[in-house]
Design a protein around this ligand. Structure first.
Ligand code: UD1
Length: 332
């Protein structure tokens, strides 16, 4: 498998995965409609990798555009990142989320079948575990969701299972991400939301650069060591490399893996680590819980380690250093 189509390849996780793919001698073709990414990322990817990258500014739901790409590029496999991902927005605009995330995946699968390309890696999320009954979370835990964004991920997982049942030529890998943060060491690519961030690390980054005044910590009465929410933060470069391992190990079936570190970190631990390693102050205030948030969530990574040889290498300190390095270089 040589040539990989990356949908949403200019986004946060997509762009880091493009770098790891090229580092591992894959040819990469990117399709991205720039709805939540910036064309500058393409130049930055070319700077980091020293390679010219084929890019199509198209929507994944556009089957004609996909057919042209498949006809022209002779794609061997696809990594599907493209999709809307803001939890709160998905609650207020569910139809937009279902239409975009499901429709684009159906178009992609149909065109892949037409071109007999049966290798797919799908970008899913730990959100499909809902509120887990115990920790760490294993891949065979029961699934449920708390918002339309999460439900699109779960529906797509079901669709992929049915597609495999219909034709067992498919090699499908579903990767359930925990909380990716950090950035490439170069500081050229990273996460820089256009609007006020929903997620913790992007918010901390904007407080660090004084674009926002203070972090609001959503609740300190959770059943955790310091009362603040605990999550499994994983360096985006480790996560990206997980896709390379998934490609190398693709076999017939639907394989499902958690990608995390297996270690939980609280909001205050992350915040204080960020302050310490970067020598900056992050003012914060404890406020009400955010609706839908759970106490703690971290992965069992045993399956990904046993079957893919996956193990995250970066610790929380490095995640905080790399995130700050990126935001300093990309803030006016
Ligand atoms: C969220 C989504 C999840 C999605 C993931 C993508 C929810 C309920 N879940 O996960 O579906 O896959 O993002 O990365 O939104 N926090 C603060 N202040 C903030 C922001 C966050 O205290 O300004 C806290 C949260 O309460 C939580 C932790 O930080 O305890 C992490 O939050 P976040 O980064 O939004 O990730 P998740 O909620 O785990």
């Amino acid at each position: 498998m040589k040539k990989i189509l990356v949908t949403g390849g200019l986004g946060f996780i997509g762009s880091h995965t493009v770098v790891e793919l090229i580092n591992n001698k894959y040819d990469v073709v990117i399709i991205d409609n720039l709805s939540n990414s910036n064309i500058d990322v393409l130049n930055k990817l070319e700077t980091i990798t020293g390679r010219k990258i084929s890019f199509y500014q198209e929507d994944v739901s556009n089957k004609e555009a996909l057919r042209k790409i498949f006809a022209q590029e002779k794609i061997n496999g696809v990594i599907h990142f493209a999709g809307y991902k803001a939890v709160g927005e998905s609650v207020s605009k569910p139809l937009m989320y279902y239409r975009n995330n499901i429709d684009s995946t159906l178009s992609l699968l149909e065109v892949m079948e037409e071109y007999e390309c049966y290798n797919l890696i799908f970008s899913s999320s730990a959100t499909v575990y809902g509120n887990p009954k115990s920790l760490p979370i294993k891949e065979d835990f029961s699934l449920s969701t708390t918002n339309p964004y999460g439900t699109t991920k779960l529906f797509i997982e079901h669709i992929l299972n049915d597609v495999y049942i219909s034709n067992n030529k498919w090699n499908i890998t579903i990767l359930r991400y925990f909380n990716p943060i950090g950035a490439h060491k170069s500081g050229l690519i990273g996460e820089n939301p256009r609007d006020i961030p929903n997620n913790l690390m992007p918010y901390i980054m904007k407080v660090a650069t004084k674009e926002l005044d203070e972090l609001k910590v959503f609740g300190n009465d959770y059943h955790t060591s310091d009362g603040t929410g605990v999550r499994d933060y994983i360096h985006v470069v480790d996560l990206a490399y997980g896709h390379v391992l998934a490609l190398k190990n693709s076999i017939s079936g639907v394989k499902i893996y958690n990608l995390g570190t297996g270690k939980g970190t609280s909001v205050l631990e992350l915040l204080h680590t960020f302050e310490r390693v970067n020598g900056v102050k992050i003012p914060y205030r404890i406020v009400e819980r955010r609706p839908g948030d759970i106490d703690a969530c971290f992965a069992s990574c045993d399956k990904a380690f046993k079957e893919l040889g996956f193990k995250a290498k970066h610790n929380i300190e490095e995640m905080c250093l790399d995130a700050y390095n990126f935001i300093k270089k990309n803030t006016n």
